[in-house]
Design a protein around this ligand. Structure first.
Ligand code: NAX
Length: 324
């Protein structure tokens, strides 16, 4: 029998955790033939709620689910883990400065990175969902010097999927008819969804829409979709975020020709080496590769640079705070 893959989910008792765990256990993360064990990491006061979710997981009698562990200790949660989904984070509270937010999250993602460094399996893959996702991923990566940096990624797949859906609706096509969508930069309002390489029916998407729609409607709608969901639902995106996390890890492990993921920059497209920034990526042999050779026009350059500048500022801020 195949050894189960250990998947650790932090913030397991939160709303994304609730939307995520059942899909992992049903085989949607890694494949319908891959058994899994789940490790649920929570803060002490939420362990009981995580236990409740674990009871429901039991009650699904998922054939692929071979065990559930619930803990408040990162050293236990990441022990031997193969896939780590870092969802739990410190949310921005009213009156909180950016420095306070980064510091609070440094207190979470630094120790988790170290626990991954010391205890995870050799093939560990990390996806950071908790915001500010790119910089939290950078903090965790910097605390894991023994793990190849490329194993630390942050999620922009929800932005990517939002962009696909908005474009499909605009052009009246199916999502499946859209190829080569790209999100560049930070998972924040500065992100840049790029239609200049996206293809619909073999033709460039940017040439099939008005420039004003692209600039004044498409880009802000994608970038501010999270706020629109909060406004409508009274709570932040959860099922769609969980879905994107599933997509990201599934494609990382099983391969894809083109999607978006925030990965450690090798300097491609002028993004400073070491920053965790979203790129157009393929996955081959279980590794992300940045798609090379795209021409970047002035419109795109300006927007990519602005988002990358924000990532540099966040990196500099966490450096100054001694978090990396
Ligand atoms: P919830 O507040 O529902 O759940 C978060 C959970 O994390 C809580 O149960 C909390 O106890 C736990 N937690 C906090 N600190 C922890 C720690 N040190 N160790 C383990 N668990 C810890 O938030 P939810 O809606 O699930 O969102 C989780 C994170 O995802 C937030 O940071 C949110 O901003 C982020 N998002 C990221 C998205 C992306 O595209 N990258 C989109 C969706 C979402 O907004």
């Amino acid at each position: 029998a195949q050894t189960p893959v250990k998947v650790t989910v932090t913030g397991a008792a939160g709303q994304i955790g609730y939307a995520l765990l059942f899909r992992i256990a049903s085989g949607q993360l890694l494949g319908a033939d891959v058994p899994v064990t789940l490790s649920l990491l929570e803060v002490p006061q939420a362990v009981k709620a995580a236990e409740g979710t674990a009871m429901e997981l039991d009650d699904c009698a998922f054939p692929l689910l071979r065990g559930i562990e619930i803990t408040d200790d990162p050293n236990v949660a990441f022990n031997g883990t193969n896939v780590a989904l870092l969802v739990g984070a410190m949310p921005r509270k009213a009156g909180m400065e950016r420095g306070d937010l980064l510091e609070a999250n440094g207190g979470i993602f630094g120790p988790q990175g170290k626990a991954i460094n010391d205890h995870a399996a050799d093939d560990i893959r990390v996806l950071v969902v908790g915001n500010p996702a790119n910089t939290n991923a950078l903090i965790a990566q910097q605390h894991a010097p023994d793990v190849p940096a490329e194993r630390f990624t942050a999620m922009t797949r929800l932005d990517h999927n939002r962009a696909l859906s908005q474009l499909a609706a605009k052009l009246g096509v199916a999502v499946a008819d859209i190829k080569k969508m790209t999100i560049w930069g930070n998972h924040s309002a500065t992100q840049y969804p790029d239609l200049f390489h996206t293809e619909v029916g073999g033709k460039i998407a940017a040439e099939q829409v008005d420039e004003s729609w692209l600039r004044d409607t498409f880009i802000p709608t994608v970038a501010k979709r999270g706020a629109a969901i909060i406004d409508a639902r009274g709570a932040s995106s959860a099922a769609s975020a969980a879905n994107a996390a599933i997509d990201h890890v599934h494609d990382w492990v099983n391969g894809t020709e083109w999607t978006s993921a925030a990965i450690v920059s090798d300097g491609s497209y002028g993004v400073p080496e070491g920053l965790i920034s979203s790129f157009p990526v393929a996955s081959r042999g279980g590794r992300w590769e940045i798609i090379q050779g795209l021409e970047i026009d002035a419109f795109s350059r300006e927007r990519i640079d602005a988002s990358v500048r924000e990532l540099e500022e966040e990196r500099d801020a966490v450096r100054k705070l001694g978090l990396i």
